[in-house]
Design a protein. Structure first.
Ligand SMILES: O=C(O)CC[C@@H](O)C(=O)O
Ligand SMILES: [Zn+2]
Length: 531
């Protein structure tokens, strides 16, 4: 039993259309039991970018090879004979239509573009194996592609690599409702998987397209609660560059036999093998989910609110996200979303997920009373139904979309000691002055992960040179990571040395050479350019 006074502070309860300002009682904080499919909170996977492309008639995206200094490696060029061979392996699923290819050649952000002439759509691991065996023999480069929602140019070709799409590999193989272990093909889309496991009282622990997420070790909004895919992925099936099928698709929680090979492929961004199937541990679906959206006067208060939150909400805390005032301004301006709280320097989204509605609401109430009473938080809102919780989440989740509508976006995704997290934003704002439209900071504060984004009218190499390697050196100076969760892809591969020592980079290069001696798998990605 939580001992706590009825809060005297005033919060807005988002219980009906429009905002209600009311005195919050513990009863008011007890939210009705959520039904299945709670997209606002009960489900794990809110990091999935569900919004559509920015414009219906977007301008042509500059070819990556023209924007950046990169040279094509001596791979073979796809011939008519190759197309015929592919047609034998995946009949009717060899795509050469330029219009269809255009979508797969351009990344989600519309800032990277390859010029692949062929897209293959296998359905089985056997087909992937035959394709890779063929490409290996012919020295043809391959770009594995999942949902193509990456943010570092890793999921699209740089030149004319063959696009190997896992989209049709979308079958669930098995689900164990006692252990919560799901085994499925790599192309399963999270939305469908989420629905599938939620009907069975579980949630997915990670975001979006499952194979792509494992390949990039994507983080997501509930990393704080469910941890890294490195912990929840139990087994993998991977097709190696020469077509060998590596079956490590076990469903065991404990297995200390030899090197944990699957870890090599998690986060390898398709450079060591193509992930074709995944076995993953799903946590049970929480019975009670609460979402609070709060305004904070400064970053020092944000940090203190986080400490208080960890202390008071501990085991039920499932997300602690922050965004600055410029982020709020951008979601208001470009997406016409309304702020539910008074204008503040920072905003926080706190989510709890637990098993007891009343108990969790009481705990959240005590926490809110504490932070509002002490002035750490100046205004707050608690969502009392699922759609309102979703609307609160949208303010945070749709920042990326709002930024894309603001102009060209330079994106950084860094891990830093939490107390220094915002200093980089302040520093960069001063450094760039009027060269930038906006310099914003937001992200997964609970994980020490800052998303630093700079918007400008159009891409400029001069500005890129002002930003890089400055941001990387700054981050390295704090012993941070230059890529917390988005990976290195094409854009950040040459910055690897800011986060890993030379011997580690060398060992990575040896591993790449061992597993993919011809370098055909996702070339120009993840590892630094070699002289
Ligand atoms: O666009 C970004 O910089 C971050 C995207 C994503 O990781 C998020 O947390 O919203
Ligand atoms: Zn993120």
């Amino acid at each position: 039993m939580v001992l706590c006074r009825v809060p005297r502070w005033s919060v807005r309860l988002w219980a009906s259309p429009g905002w209600w300002r009311t005195t919050c009682t513990l009863r008011a904080l007890v939210r009705p039991k959520r039904g299945p499919g709670c997209p606002g909170g009960a489900s794990g996977p809110l990091a999935c970018r569900t919004f559509s492309r920015v414009s219906s008639c977007p301008p042509e995206v500059m070819l990556t090879q023209e924007r950046y200094p990169v040279r094509r490696l001596p791979f073979s060029v796809v011939s008519e004979e190759d197309l015929a061979a592919f047609e034998c392996i995946v009949p009717g699923r060899v795509v050469t239509d330029p219009e269809v290819l255009e979508v797969s050649n351009v990344d989600w952000l519309r800032t990277a573009r390859g010029c692949s002439k062929v897209l293959l759509r296998p359905r089985t691991s056997e087909e992937v194996s035959r394709i890779l065996r063929y490409c290996h023999e012919r020295n043809l480069a391959v770009n594995p592609q999942g949902g193509n929602t990456g943010l570092v140019g890793g999921s699209v070709p740089v030149f004319d690599e063959i696009i190997l799409s896992t989209a049709l590999m979308n079958q669930v193989t098995s689900f164990n409702s006692v252990s919560g272990i799901l085994t499925c093909q790599a192309g399963c889309v999270l939305e469908g998987l989420s629905r599938y496991v939620q009907e069975r009282d579980f949630v997915m622990p990670g975001p979006c397209h499952i194979g792509g997420n494992v390949a990039t070790n994507a983080g997501g909004l509930r990393f704080l609660r469910y941890g890294s895919l490195r912990g929840t992925v139990l087994g993998l099936e991977v097709v190696l560059a020469d077509g060998t099928v590596l079956d490590c698709l076990t469903s065991l929680r404990k297995d200390n036999t030899g090197y944990d090979l699957k870890q090599l492929f998690i986060g390898s961004e398709g450079t060591l093998g193509v992930i074709t199937a995944v076995s993953i541990l799903c946590p049970p679906k929480p019975k009670a989910v609460n979402v609070a959206f709060l305004g904070c006067p400064g970053f020092a208060e944000v940090l203190q609110t986080f400490s208080t939150c960890r202390g008071m909400l501990g085991e039920i805390l499932s997300a602690f996200e922050f965004m600055d005032a410029e982020c709020m301004q951008l979601v208001q301006q470009h997406l016409h979303l309304a702020s539910p709280v008074q204008e503040s320097a920072f905003y926080l989204l706190v989510e709890t997920s637990g098993s007891s509605t009343g108990h969790d609401a009481e705990k959240l109430g005590c926490f809110l009373e504490q932070v509002l009473g002490s002035g750490l938080v100046t205004d707050g809102t608690v969502a009392t139904d699922e759609s309102k919780a979703q609307a609160l989440w949208a303010l945070r989740e749709r920042i990326t979309e709002a930024l894309s509508r603001d102009g060209y976006v330079y994106k950084y995704d860094v891990s830093l000691p939490v107390e220094r997290l915002y200093d980089l934003v302040t520093d960069l704002r001063a450094r760039l002055g009027s060269q930038a439209r906006h310099v914003v900071g937001y992200g997964h504060l609970g994980d020490g992960n800052l998303h630093l984004n700079v918007t400008v009218d159009a891409f400029s190499t001069t500005l890129l040179d002002t930003l890089e390697p400055y941001v990387y050196a700054w981050t390295a100076g704090q012993r941070g990571s230059i890529s917390a969760e988005h990976g290195l892809g094409f854009r950040k591969r040459d910055a690897l040395g800011y986060s890993k020592p030379p011997h580690a980079v060398q060992l990575m290069q040896h591993l790449k050479a061992l597993l993919d001696p011809k370098g055909i798998l996702n070339p120009y990605k993840m590892l630094p350019t070699q002289a």
